[in-house]
Design a protein around this ligand. Structure first.
Ligand code: 1HE
Length: 263
């Protein structure tokens, strides 16, 4: 299936073979997330599982991945509490589509990954940082609170105590420390090249396995351990008997498959 290319107002989607490259395209505003960008993310990621994309690289134009909530739009619109609750529900719609969609998303990070920008990055399955990348939750300093899932995803990545410190004090994490605390899994010179390399590696995994990895692990969060183990057995029943796994097991048995050893 040919992957579609798209040019929306704030996002573009290009393709490299079976990899979709989704770019935040609002560099003049440091890729701040206005309401329209969130609607575009919903459209793109709702459709993604049916495009045939084997993996996604999520990247940004300009020097910064994303400066988070569009503070100017928020200020100008004088939203009511109910208005902003609905804004947040749209953010959740977008980010849940990404996290639970079953297609691996690799985020190529740089510059500011702050506030809602970190919430967006935390909805990807793998985060790759470069040496310009920094992470923060400046909501406290702005007199705000997170509304795009940070209390769930960022707290899970770094732990509640660290997230609370980030929000209370504006603490910024970067470099090796960001890897150590769990904000990203890779720190490299060129995050886009590395993200593409990882996307190509994940695209070699059978789509049904990718679907399970990029949805079932997240779904366990919402279940008791007993239900999660039942679901895991059920998913494994389907995935581990797929034709693609039979071929790979046959290759292992006849010693033509690669062994799992460090290089
Ligand atoms: C913006 C935004 C934005 C830039 N909303 N317009 N997020 C923050 O608190 C981060 C706010 N942004 C910054 O701290 C800085 O802009 C950066 C460190 C990211 C970049 O600095 P710099 O010097 O390169 O750019 P700048 O001069 O600050 O901004 C350039 C333009 O981008 C300028 O617009 P212009 O029309 O005057 O040129 C800025 O107004 C615009 N811009 N960031 C709107 N965030 C669901 S709840 C989530 C809650 C949050 O995300 S709180 C965190 C908000």
């Amino acid at each position: 299936m040919e992957l579609p290319s798209l040019k929306l107002n704030n996002l573009t989607m290009d393709t490299d073979g079976e990899i979709a490259i989704v770019s935040l395209n609002r560099a003049a505003k440091r890729n701040a997330l206005n309401a329209e960008t969130i609607e575009e993310l919903i459209d793109v990621f709702a459709a993604m599982p049916r495009t045939g994309a084997r993996a996604v690289v999520l990247r940004a134009e300009g020097d910064h991945f994303s400066a988070g909530l569009d503070l100017v739009e928020h200020h100008k619109q004088e939203r009511s509490a109910a208005d902003f609750m609905h804004v947040c529900l749209r953010w959740h719609e977008a980010f849940n589509k990404m996290e639970y969609g079953g297609v691996p998303i690799i985020a190529a990070l740089k510059g500011a990954v702050v506030g809602g920008g970190l919430e967006l990055a935390s909805s990807a399955h793998i985060r790759v940082a470069d040496n310009t990348t920094y992470f923060a939750l400046p909501e406290g300093q702005r007199g705000l609170f997170t509304g795009g899932g940070a209390t769930i995803r960022v707290a899970e990545m770094v732990g509640r105590a660290r997230m609370t410190d980030m929000m209370l004090t504006g603490r910024i994490y970067k470099d090796e420390e960001a890897v150590t605390v769990g904000l990203c899994q890779y720190l490299v010179d060129d995050s886009e090249t590395k993200a593409m390399e990882l996307a190509k590696a994940t695209a070699e995994v059978p789509p049904l396995s990718n679907f399970a990895i990029c949805s079932a692990i997240s779904h366990t969060r919402n279940m008791s351990a007993l239900d999660a183990s039942y679901m895991e057995a059920f998913v494994a029943g389907v995935v581990n008997t797929q034709p693609a796994s039979n071929e790979r097991l046959a290759a292992f048995a006849d010693k033509t498959a690669a062994r799992v050893k460090p290089k």
